[in-house]
Design a protein around this ligand. Structure first.
Ligand SMILES: [Zn+2]
Length: 243
């Protein structure tokens, strides 16, 4: 039995928006020496350059700390400091950490989309953190003026307060609309319906991550460093200034 991933469920005017929900009830359906598998979860499992969520699982009087959440052959494992009592648990996500990741991840969508549109450079790697992030672009050899432009264009979309749209679309439709088809090659052919993220005309791509409702929540992007990673690959490091 697969774990139902609650933050991925389609937005239909739910309150709170699934990506903004912090607490949930679940049942323990399996357990290992130091982890539990739940029937449903709001915890993000590490992947796609985004770190895992932390938080707690409460079962009766006892509380277990969720130390990390990993995907193991498609199975989401919540590693805990001690086993919850019984099978019914109440999960609470550490919201400070998760929200910083949502702001970083959404800003990375925006920057990757804009850089592809302006320079034709693909995102070939990325790692976000709570305090800074890095994105690797190829082919790229950015000048200081390019970095300034990337920062400015990203901030101008943020200032325009674009809504982040999330919806499901047929793979065929996505294939016809997407500019960088390499993004589609990463998703197994068997997946015919895709969860798509769209930020105005700046970004359109399939993604299973956690996103803001509106880019205005990002704040401002400040590029702090560029490093050449060889073979026409440039790494951009940036941080966020709160709104
Ligand atoms: Zn995403």
């Amino acid at each position: 039995m697969a774990t139902r991933v609650l933050y991925m469920e389609e937005r239909r005017g739910q309150e709170p928006d699934p990506c903004y929900a912090r607490e949930f009830d679940a049942s323990v359906i399996d357990r290992g020496p130091d982890f539990v598998i739940l029937d449903q979860t709001l915890f993000y499992a590490e992947g796609g350059g985004q770190p895992y969520d932390t938080g707690v699982l409460r079962g009766g009087e006892a509380e277990s700390k969720v130390l990390r959440v990993m995907k193991d052959k498609g199975v989401i494992k919540h590693y805990v400091d001690r086993m919850p009592m019984g099978t019914a648990v109440h999960g609470i996500v550490d919201w400070g950490r998760r929200y910083k990741h949502m702001r970083m991840h959404t800003s990375q969508h925006l920057m990757s989309g804009l850089v592809f549109r302006i320079y034709g450079a693909r995102t070939v790697g990325n790692q976000i953190h709570t305090d800074y992030s890095r994105v690797d672009f190829q082919p790229a050899n950015f000048t200081p003026e390019d970095l300034k432009r990337i920062e400015d264009e990203t901030n101008s979309v943020i200032e325009s307060k674009q809504e982040v749209r999330i919806f499901e679309e047929d793979r065929v439709v996505v294939h016809n609309k997407i500019e960088d088809r390499a993004l589609l090659d990463l998703i197994p052919e068997s997946v015919r319906r895709l969860r798509v993220i769209q930020i105005g005309s700046a970004d359109y791509c399939p993604c299973g991550g956690t996103h803001l409702k509106n880019v205005s929540e990002i704040g401002r992007v400040r590029v702090t460093e560029k490093r050449s990673k060889g073979r026409e690959t440039d790494r951009i490091v940036y941080e966020l200034v709160p709104p």
